[in-house]
Design a protein around this ligand. Structure first.
Ligand SMILES: Nc1ncnc2c1ncn2[C@@H]1O[C@H](COP(=O)(O)OP(=O)(O)O)[C@@H](O)[C@H]1O
Ligand SMILES: [Mg+2]
Length: 310
């Protein structure tokens, strides 16, 4: 049974100068999932997260965090949320321990050194607890931001572009970290403009473009769709129409009848190509050349965004 921890209904945002950054967002996030909000720069990802976290006001619409309205019941809603913002914002001259402990206090939670210790250990920061933040490496600073966001034991963690501008190694370790977090029962929502990151990390992917969510789908289903391959044959003699004997195949004629394209599921054991080639031969359709191509998440993304722009 679906069990939503976050519900967003009819959410729109128009900024002061009349720019509409979000348009009628409806989205439910399930407890315990890793959800990737994937979209190009300027799509509205940070705006959406900022509204959920109560940093920016919505123009219309509602957000509910585990049943708590994020306006009417702001404190309860906010205490369930941890936010790792896109920009690192910390006091360089404070220690790791103090920063993370202080952050917990901001949520009105009683001190809990054992929890802070666990978080710092989980994030491999325990031996840095007395170091000043300015002495940390970039990767450590990012982990410190996560520790800070986890200090008050939130149930939902937002990571806004967690790996923008970081090196490959750090990216990999961030991905591993997010998986570990999920094992502790935390729901993770991350934004990214990297397709491979969404593909690597997410259980479900929502594609956002120009302030609208244009697709929400399970990663596996999405990848299956994307796993479609095409076999294109350059025909020896152009065809006016498909021979009826081939009507059972997903075939398409193009290029003035000079090219025949067969679309198939690359994930399937039986692609149907062997049978198709036999049947083509039997129908007297011959080709002089053939090639295959595969759609990628990139292709789908680009075509979705293009449709929207049209
Ligand atoms: N405070 C603001 N005032 C006006 N426009 C804004 C403001 N913040 C963001 N925007 C605009 O809203 C759009 C979405 O921005 P943002 O949510 O930051 O996108 P993303 O995080 O997907 O890159 C952009 O066009 C951005 O310029
Ligand atoms: Mg952003």
């Amino acid at each position: 049974m679906p069990d939503a921890i976050l519900s967003i209904t009819g959410l729109s945002k128009t900024y002061a100068k009349g720019f509409r950054a979000l348009n009628n967002i409806n989205l439910e996030i399930q407890r315990g999932e890793i959800f990737a909000l994937l979209g190009p720069n300027g799509a509205g990802k940070t705006t959406l997260i900022s509204i959920i976290c109560g940093i920016v006001n919505a123009s219309v619409g509602k957000v509910s965090v585990d049943g708590h309205d994020n306006v009417a019941n702001y404190r309860a809603a906010r205490s369930l949320i941890g936010l790792v913002p896109q920009e690192l914002t910390t006091d360089a001259f404070e220690t790791v321990w103090n920063t993370v402990s202080f952050s917990r206090g901001l949520f009105g939670k009683p001190a809990n050194p054992a929890h802070i210790e666990k978080v710092l250990k989980d994030l491999s920061l325990w031996d840095k607890k007395d170091n000043m933040i300015r002495t940390l490496s970039g990767g450590m600073k990012r982990r410190m931001m996560i520790a800070k966001a986890l200090s008050h034991e939130p149930r939902v963690l937002f990571l806004d572009e967690p790996t923008a501008g970081v090196d490959v190694e750090l990216r990999r370790s961030m991905w591993g970290l997010v998986r570990t977090l999920r094992e502790t029962g935390v729901t993770v929502i991350l934004t990214t403009h990297y397709i491979d990151e969404a593909e690597e990390m997410a259980d479900r992917i929502g594609v956002i473009s120009k302030g609208e969510i244009i697709l929400v789908e399970g990663k596996v289903e999405l990848m299956r769709k994307l796993g479609r391959k095409q076999l294109t044959m350059q025909l020896l003699h152009p065809l006016q129409a498909l021979p009826p004997a081939l009507s059972a195949y997903a075939l398409e004629l193009s290029g003035g009848g000079n090219a025949l394209t067969y679309t198939y599921d690359a994930q399937q054991e039986q692609t149907g190509i062997a049978a198709l080639l036999d049947d083509l031969d039997r129908a007297g359709v011959h080709f002089k050349d053939l090639q295959t191509s595969q759609s990628s998440l990139e292709d789908i993304f680009v075509s979705l965004v293009k449709d929207k722009a049209a």
